[in-house]
Unconditional design. Structure first.
Length: 328
């Protein structure tokens, strides 16, 4: 770089006349310049462009399975148990470390440590929640008893009715993005969306794009959307929403609701009993240690976990180029 600078320094700057075009040249250039040609407007969309260009694949599930290496279809019970115990150990280690926060003299440092603890513990809660999710797909062990026992224990500790969620989640995967058959992440049809906008208050049109409104909506959705979905299924399709909220709940064990069949009753009751045990444990802890302490150790990490499990699944993407599936 120094050598290049010395070489450049040896050149004298051009005189002003050399850097300026003669007047007659500039005038000639301006005079001879022709205006740009007018571009024609964009062509109107043709019928061919308006037609859907997405073609659904014609390969079968059998062909997909055949393309997957054989060892990928057989989960390892040993490693699955190891991952579960690893996450449990991390949770207990963070619990233990948090017991020393109260001894920090500075209040601002204690607050910072509690916030940091809730975030990190929320990450671990989310990780072990996802292991229970894999159990719901039968992916932790080929032994159903081991698989479902791990899923039941983990999800119940995080206030999720394991078997009930497993059934509805299975329905979701069997009819993903089917506007009539799916039970989760289903957008409104255009006419339903327009009808909802006609019936809402005018102030919602004025404020919906305000940053503070968007932030509050996001916070509320990320914190309470998941418990509401489990309790009253407030995102239900029309055919499910027609039933009373308690019948479409994940805790409704009788077989006459829209979510579960009579043969699912036993597993739904087991899930409910496990949730009641966990609620009893939390209530006992509140009586023993105080509500605020339980919120710090369990409640706030639980809220972070609710946030992350709503954040992870990508939203369904629909396009005019894709054909929408109906109930057929």
């Amino acid at each position: 770089m120094a050598v290049m600078a010395q070489k450049l320094a040896g050149f004298a700057p051009l005189p002003e006349k050399a850097r300026t075009l003669p007047q007659n040249v500039r005038a000639s250039s301006d005079k001879d310049r022709t205006p740009p040609e007018k571009t024609s407007p964009l062509p109107e969309p043709t019928a061919e462009l308006a037609e859907p260009i997405f073609t659904p694949p014609d390969y079968t599930m059998k062909e997909i399975y055949a393309a997957i290496p054989e060892h990928c279809l057989h989960p390892s019970t040993f490693w699955s148990v190891f991952y579960v115990l690893r996450d449990v150990a991390m949770i207990l280690a963070l619990f233990y470390a948090a017991t020393f926060i109260e001894y920090v003299p500075e209040k601002w440092m204690r607050n910072l440590l509690w916030v940091s603890y809730s975030i990190v513990q929320g990450f671990v809660f989310t990780g072990i929640w996802e292991l229970a999710h894999e159990a719901g797909h039968g992916a932790l062990s080929e032994n159903k008893f081991i698989n479902h026992t791990m899923g039941l224990l983990i999800h119940s500790a995080l206030l999720v009715p394991y078997h009930s969620w497993r059934f509805t989640h299975s329905y979701h995967h069997k009819s993903t993005n089917n506007l009539d058959g799916d039970v989760a992440f289903v957008p409104d049809r255009k006419e339903d969306w327009e009808k909802k906008r006609e019936n809402r208050w005018k102030i919602q049109d004025w404020t919906e794009d305000m940053p503070i409104v968007a932030l509050l909506t996001l916070i509320i959705h990320q914190i309470v959307a998941w418990p509401l979905y489990l309790t009253i299924n407030n995102f239900a399709l029309k055919r499910i929403a027609a039933a009373p909220w308690w019948k479409r709940s994940h805790f409704y064990w009788r077989g006459d609701g829209p979510e579960f069949r009579p043969e699912n009753t036993r597993e739904v009751i087991i899930s409910n009993c496990a949730i009641l045990v966990m609620v009893g444990i939390l209530w006992t802890a509140v009586k023993q240690f105080g509500g605020w302490n339980i919120m710090c150790y369990y409640g706030f990490p639980y809220m972070w976990e609710n946030h992350w499990i709503r954040k992870f699944p990508p939203p369904p993407i629909f396009s005019e180029t894709m054909q929408l599936a109906n109930g057929e």
